[in-house]
Ligand binder design. Sequence first.
Ligand SMILES: Cc1cc2nc3c(=O)[nH]c(=O)nc-3n(C[C@H](O)[C@H](O)[C@H](O)COP(=O)(O)O)c2cc1C
Ligand code: SF4
Length: 433
Amino acid sequence: MATQILLNNIDVPGLANFEVYRQLGGYSSVVKTLKNLTPDQVTGEVTKSGLRGRGGAGFPAGMKWGFIDKKSEKPRYFVCNFDESEPGTFKDRYIGQRNPHQLIEGMILGAYALGAGSAYIYVRGELFYVLRIIEKAIEEAYKQGFLGQNILGSGYSLDLYCQPGAGAYICGEETALLESLEGKRGNPRIKPPFPALVGLYGCPTVVNNVETIAALPWILNNGGEAYAAIGVENSKGTKLISACGHIKKPGVYEIELGLPVEEFIYSDEYCGGIRNGHKLKAVVAGGSSVPILPASLILKTAAGEPRLMSYESLSEGGFQSGTMLGSGGFIVMDETTCIVKNLLTFARFYHHESCGQCSPCREGTSWMEKILHRIENGQGTMKDIDLLVSVSKHIEGNTICPLGDAAAWPVASAIRHFREEFEEHVKLQKCPF
Ligand SMILES: Cc1cc2nc3c(=O)[nH]c(=O)nc-3n(C[C@H](O)[C@H](O)[C@H](O)COP(=O)(O)O)c2cc1C
Ligand code: SF4
């Protein structure tokens, strides 16, 4: 059984209540840290741990904290990104719903390290039931002296607020999130400046994902080196993977980074193999925004090495033959899946969720949806396939935020690996599935 840092007590009845969480050792990292460590030492432990952001980009957490503008006299903010709207990704809500105190404990540690007196948890609008659970847990933490003025007599004070979004995928992009938190329309900002210098209300801010923050108590309890001892290369610790699609056992799994993909898909400890004796056709390994890979390339790299669940191994081969770990939304497809239809579903999503600020994304996502709709419904031409590639290339790298890339990569990769399936739709003038 892999080390469980995030899900170790997840099935304990009543874990969302303060008493149960505390009895299991909860909040001990806060007691220890506020007594023994300076904020810089906390950042030092997180840097040593090698923890990378679990929201998708995989940026090293300690390094990001190190960028916070400490010379500024403005207040500093720590913000939790609980927007979780990436198709195929459903891990953060599991922590929020079952183990909200672990997230709050992590928020206190992060805010302390950054010298923030106020912190926010921005929760996706559709997850209102989770927001209610977190709000109740925050109330308990205040009552028990873990939030508010002079926490545990340490002299450190923190106010923690929970804010619902209004249900827009783009508000998961960190600068759009900050705009939304300020009460404005959630449009991504042009960067630089990055939030560490100019963030919430123009003040130094760090935004981290739920899973990143929930790993902090373990790191502060056990030390950064112990965390770094788990995993491989620059992929340290554990990662939550939300597995769905045509597998026998969909669900949220905590893996040690470096687990072979084949073991993750086929072993009974995880996905349990493909449903009803079907065959693996393709996998979208890190949420809908990452390139799709056919069975041959998800199980082994182009060089024939076993593919591992790690940042390095999944991206081995670049965009020609690799993909990304992303948010850990692992979507498995068997041979009954129509790749064109799947892509049309994703394209419709990105077109709907584009905030419309940049022309390549606003117009390009609309074009990609229209062309895919034509091909899937038997009205496509061979030229349409190349037109799709061309539109995706004109979006990639030409937009304010990465939503444009996220819309373009799945299209380009699906045509790269499954071109004959697109051509078959055109030849038959209908969907062959
Ligand atoms: C369109 C878009 C949607 C995103 N959605 C989320 C999200 O729901 N949750 C999240 O943590 N990060 C999301 N991100 C990434 C954030 O911008 C940011 O990198 C992340 O919150 C930083 O936290 P981390 O360093 O702990 O991963 C999204 C990015 C983009 C471009
Ligand atoms: S890339 Fe798309 S979502 Fe991002 S800012 Fe531009 S239009 Fe908005």
